[in-house]
Every structure is written in structure tokens, then in C-alpha cells.
Design a protein around this ligand. Structure first.
Ligand SMILES: O=C[C@H](O)[C@H](O)[C@H](O)COP(=O)(O)O
Length: 229
């Protein structure tokens, strides 16, 4: 049995090999992205000039600890490279993200990025996407009617809880986790999620350019064919 942490670290370090002097870097969220933030911090400590845009409060804390100078999308609306984790990915590099609830800011930063590089351990591959709920971020005012509509569509929403109360995202919203067994058509599902009160969700289709997957003691590299989504 290979060490999942080691796979995450190997993938993160491979992706950080793409970081160059002067870049604006999107800093992903989660345990795999944390390894990337640590490795980017080492580049900064070694004298490389760059700036980071964190995708969550937790990543901002890690980035500050690592000594990475931070910037914002107001100052730098174009991000050179974003390195982020994922909960599942398929053959076309469609993703499920948001296990930690950070998918809204992650998708905003990804959409501003010239290059989105995903880093995972080998357990995240699932083709078709399956084995992980799809998180949908909703404004609290709307969570009940949206949950009813999702139920009617057979999407099996469950409100995410923490310590007996709804989990609250960095943006002050709630999350409905859709318990979908298997996603045969991610684009079709995305269209179903577009309801008033939904501010974002963890399905990322056609966004990831590349993916590094730690696999035992090696790393596999995948690139997305832009003509196939
Ligand atoms: O909200 C969390 C993010 O989308 C993470 O990138 C994702 O959940 C993967 O996290 P981890 O690297 O901890 O498995």
C-alpha cells in the first residue's frame, strides 16, 4: 500500500516545477495544495520573486506562514498559473472539487488563470466521475427551495453540517452535497445546477489544462485535449 501523503507531495512538487520568476500564482486549497504552497514558499526563500493569490482563508494562512507575498485579483486579474487539488478527475480532466468547501473562490481564480494545473494522489481518478458528492454553494436564504428542486430531479442533496449546524463557506454561504452515484454527462449536470440562489459548485468541466497524479513513488502527467470536454 503506497502512502497517499507521499503521492500528494510528489504531485505537488512536480507541479511547482512549472513556477517561474515573476509569476502570479493561484494557490489552491486542501491537503495536496498545502504541499504546493510549502514548496512555493521554498522557492521564495531561495530568492524567487512571485506573488500568490490564495483560494481560501486556510490557504491564505498557509501562504503567509510560508512567506509567499500575496496579491489580489484587483491588483492582478490575470493569473499565470494556478496549482490546485481535486476530489475526483476523469479521462477528460473534468473535476469534482470542494471537499473542503473552497470551490467558489477556486473556480474564480481558475477562470482568471492562463494555466490550471491539478495535483492529486492516485485515489482521485474515477472515469466516469463517481464516488464523491458534488458540492453546490447556495446563499442561505435559498437553501430550502433549492434542496427541494434538487430532490425533485433525483440529485439527492444533503446540507453539509459541521458540529450540528450548517457548514458556512468563506463567502458566508451553505453547501448542498449532491449524492450522485455516477456522472455520465458533467455538462448536462452543470446546466441542472444553474438555479437562482446557487453561487457556485464543485464541477469543473473544461477548465483543467494539466494534471499531475502521484502514483506510488512516481508521478503521472496528463494533459487535456481542448477539443474533447
Ligand atoms: O474545497 C476543497 C478543494 O476543492 C480541494 O482542492 C479538494 O477538496 C482536494 O482536497 P485534498 O487535496 O485535501 O484531497
Amino acid at each position: 500500500m503506497f502512502d497517499v501523503k507521499n503521492e500528494k507531495q510528489l504531485a505537488a512538487e512536480a507541479a511547482v516545477g512549472l513556477v517561474k520568476e515573476g509569476m502570479i500564482i493561484g494557490l489552491g486549497s486542501g491537503s495536496t495544495a498545502a504541499f504546493a504552497i510549502e514548496a512555493i514558499g521554498k522557492l521564495v526563500a531561495g530568492g524567487m520573486q512571485l506573488s500568490g493569490i490564495p483560494t481560501s482563508v486556510a490557504s491564505e494562512v498557509l501562504a503567509k506562514e510560508a512567506g509567499i507575498p500575496l496579491t489580489t485579483l484587483e491588483e492582478n486579474p490575470v493569473v499565470d498559473l494556478t496549482i490546485d487539488g481535486a476530489d475526483r478527475f476523469d479521462d477528460r480532466l473534468n473535476l469534482i472539487k470542494g471537499g473542503g468547501g473552497a470551490m467558489l473562490r477556486e473556480k474564480i481564480v481558475a477562470s482568471c488563470s492562463k494555466r490550471l494545473v491539478i495535483i492529486t494522489d492516485a485515489g482521485k481518478y474515477a472515469n466516469p466521475l463517481s464516488g464523491f458528492p458534488v458540492p453546490v454553494e447556495v446563499v442561505p436564504f435559498s437553501h430550502h427551495p433549492i434542496a427541494l428542486q434538487f430532490e425533485e430531479q433525483g440529485l439527492r442533496p444533503v446540507i453539509r453540517q459541521r458540529e450540528g449546524a450548517p457548514f458556512v463557506t468563506d463567502e458566508g454561504n451553505y453547501i448542498l452535497d449532491l449524492q450522485i452515484d455516477q456522472i455520465d454527462n458533467p455538462q448536462e449536470l452543470e446546466r441542472k445546477l444553474d438555479l437562482p440562489g446557487v453561487v457556485g459548485h464543485g464541477l469543473f468541466t473544461g477548465m483543467a489544462d494539466e494534471l499531475f497524479m502521484g502514483d506510488g513513488n512516481s508521478v503521472q502527467h496528463f494533459t487535456r485535449d481542448p477539443s474533447s470536454t
